[in-house]
Design a protein. Structure first.
Length: 454
């Protein structure tokens, strides 16, 4: 817990609640200083390998309030919350050969990959073969297809009582926009788990197709299972951002739900990351049944984010995670367009703004219903860059955002932002990303920082 004087809690409430979903929410028992720390320290810097100590400082530098003492969302942070814990160690030839033999015998590897992104599978499979890892490709679920929902229900990926139309409306009310990508992503993870159950192996690793396992990935997993994972473990995220819980060993946290966040939002905001998951297959079937009920609750669309949903039930499941701060850690993300966000936008052929008179002058994707309701998919932004502020970095409240390399001008960065319905701000970094790097950012801008080279 973070015990603060009433004056600090009141000041944080006044500062942060106004730009939060449901801005008129009363203070209640929530610690709004913690909300601000997550928003400014972690969500605005998701791509950076930072400890919570560093994120406390960044939140303050970004214009956040400075409570009398910092907050450490991980108990015993000195045990695992630092970059050096992810450093590559020197493995002996004996360790390498033993680890590879153990991995091949005990670990089934799945890669989730949408048919429209087949090139990603080719690229990733080449990397896995380089690491002497045999992998099974499992089709992702593209919910834009007419029969996708019925097919997923028939396959047991989505409960038959899940009402997608209700979920769409609830998502619109809470500002989530399109949810087809979220539904498809969750369904794909459950499909990958079912594939793992058929393998007969005691462990399974499920990758999304935008990750780059480190050269010593096999040895790291072998060491983690043999030396660090507690006997009760059921699942492990191999890279977790904004970690919340307790450091239990050099490479592991015991994930815990963030009780500061309301249940209706699936206690979201911490423990992000499902690019690489490891499961104990003997526990998967029972775990999946619980998990599907949490994910596919039409009244709580925030739970459609499969990582958020799993973290929210971590008091019922023995869930552990490797903190993202550890560098290089087990794996890295490949910077690419999010498949989930592409699908969230719907089918461009029939739902683009240009196809609907009511969306004239907007950019993005629209989802008009029979009664004319826009489900939050279109952004009222004109297709012009407007004024550009040099030497200023924008800090936003949203967890959404990613970077693109090889962007040679601020105008190019601006136009990339215009193509993303969730993008409300962008930062072009001149001397980064091999010729220029563009950061696309969602949510509301909460502060601006003077910074050289942007």
């Amino acid at each position: 817990s973070w015990t603060l004087p009433a004056s600090s809690r009141s000041a944080c409430y006044e500062t942060y609640h106004g730009s939060y979903n449901g801005k008129d929410m009363p203070p209640g028992d929530r610690n709004w200083c913690w909300v601000g720390l997550k928003r400014l320290g972690c969500h605005a810097r998701l791509g950076y390998r930072l400890s919570w100590r560093e994120m406390n400082g960044i939140a303050h530098q970004s214009g956040g309030l400075n409570p009398p003492e910092p907050f450490f969302p991980l108990e015993d942070p000195q045990v695992c919350d630092a970059q050096p814990y992810g450093a590559t160690r020197a493995w002996s030839d004996y360790e390498k050969s033993t680890a590879r033999a153990w991995f091949q015998e005990n670990v089934h590897v799945v890669v989730l990959n949408l048919p429209m992104n087949r090139a990603r599978w080719t690229y990733m499979n080449a990397r896995l073969k380089e690491l002497e890892i045999d992998a099974t490709r499992v089709d992702g679920v593209d919910m834009r297809w007419e029969s996708a929902l019925a097919d997923a229900m028939a396959e047991g990926l989505i409960p038959k009582d899940f009402d997608l139309e209700v979920a769409k409306v609830e998502a619109w009310k809470s500002g989530l926009g399109g949810i087809l990508g979220r539904v498809g992503c969750a369904s794909a993870h459950f499909r990958g788990q079912k594939n793992a159950l058929k393998s007969g192996k005691p462990l399974a690793v499920v990758f999304e197709d935008d990750v780059w396992p480190e050269r010593d990935f096999v040895m790291r997993v072998w060491q983690l299972v043999r030396e660090e994972l507690p006997c009760d473990w059921e699942a492990v995220s191999l890279s977790s951002k904004c970690p919340f819980g307790k450091c239990v060993s050099k490479h592991l946290t015991r994930v815990q739900p963030d009780g500061n966040e309301p249940k209706v939002s699936c206690r979201g905001g911490v423990n992000y990351g499902f690019q690489g998951m490891m499961y104990r297959t003997s526990k998967l079937e029972a775990m999946q049944k619980k998990w599907q009920k949490v994910v596919f609750n039409a009244e709580h669309p925030q739970c459609l984010d499969v990582d958020v949903a799993f973290a929210s039930m971590s008091d019922e499941v023995a869930y552990y995670a490797v903190p993202f701060v550890q560098n290089p850690g087990f794996l890295s993300e490949i910077v690419s367009t999010s498949s989930r966000q592409t699908v969230d936008g719907g089918n461009p052929a029939s739902t683009s703004c240009s196809a609907h008179a009511g969306c004239k002058g907007m950019i993005g994707e629209c989802c008009p219903t029979a009664v004319g309701v826009q489900l939050g998919c279109c952004g009222e932004k004109l297709q012009t860059c407007g004024s550009i502020e040099s030497g200023v970095d924008f800090v936003v409240e949203s967890a959404w955002g990613y970077s693109v390399d090889h962007i040679t001008s601020p105008d190019q960065c601006c136009h990339l932002c215009q193509k993303q319905t969730k993008c409300n701000a962008w930062t072009w970094v001149k001397n980064a990303g091999a010729g220029g790097q563009c950061w696309l950012k969602g949510g509301q801008v909460v502060s601006k920082i003077k910074k050289e080279g942007v």
